[in-house]
Design a protein. Sequence first.
Length: 378
Amino acid sequence: MLDVLRMLEPHRMTRVADEVGMNRRASAWVAIGLSLLIGQAHASADIKTLARDLEHPWAMAFVTDSEVLVTERPGRLLYLDLASGTRTPVTGVPTVDARGQGGLLDIELHPDFADNRLVYLTWAGQCEGGNATHLGRGRLTNDQQLADFETLFIATPCVRSTKHFGSRIQFDDGGHVLFTTGDRGERDRAQDLSDHNGSVIRLNDDGSIPEDNPFVGQNEAEPAIFSYGHRNPQGAAQHPETGAVWIHEHGPQGGDEINIPQPGENFGWPETTYGREYWGPEIAPDNKPGTIQPLHHWTPSIAPSGMAFHNGELYVGALAKVHLARLTLDGHQVVNEERLLQDRGWRIRAVERSPDDRLFVLTDQPNGRLVRVIPQAR
């Protein structure tokens, strides 16, 4: 069996091991060991650095093909003109709690931005009892101000922690805003429906609760929750063909996941996971009845952050394994995976597609970069 598995690509090993009678966890560890033997597929890409000296940039949103808004985790929002190279600080940004993993996080434009100029932000902000992931919006003016900025939602309860805020924002086809929250480093929160943490939150664009949210009218469940059992999701993107919102989330020691949030569904953390405790022991079985299995998982962890669909493939940034993953899909199934930019040593925090269908990444460094990436054809 070992000789057969050696000849296969790493992404196919788990499936073959299952077919020869191993359980899911054993097959995952076979995949780990043999991937180390045969290596990961690597691919080449051309790059062009368009901005430097960004302080821990976290997210970007393209206003035009050559103008982009970039968040920096310490609490700044920049307006970058890629054609001229100028950058302008945007005023009116909320005060953030920039400790640990906290600070100014994601940014997303309203689907009707061309008409209403609304910009959405998530951030770690202080609140009674600690801090929390916040969602708010303001109107971008011609002089780069977020006018009339308002906080739309706070993921309660507030927690005294600097970990696992999430948080990515994505609109769906119905104009609802979805954003992710982490479990704040207190894993049982992700299974508590009276707690917003460890969930995907779904709201109307004004911050109100949609009437068709799955837990509306249920006692002891927060009506803003769309799906739950998530550990720390830091990637979200809308599939260009199906319109479905995809997310990915950090596992512990292994078990990073790609998922498609579904209304009312439990994605398992921490009651089921492919990851292990950082000191080694198993956390939970990897396939608990009543929970949703991931579409794809990484074991060992790559620490995914940021994701975008581009030219029919899915691109995911990796913080720990310092690369850009290019995933080839067959429907919902990942059929091939390659690693780009691994020789650069960059922690890739965000991945975005511009309106003119070019691919960009942000590197998470004190002197981070905004980089255009042109993946070479196979």
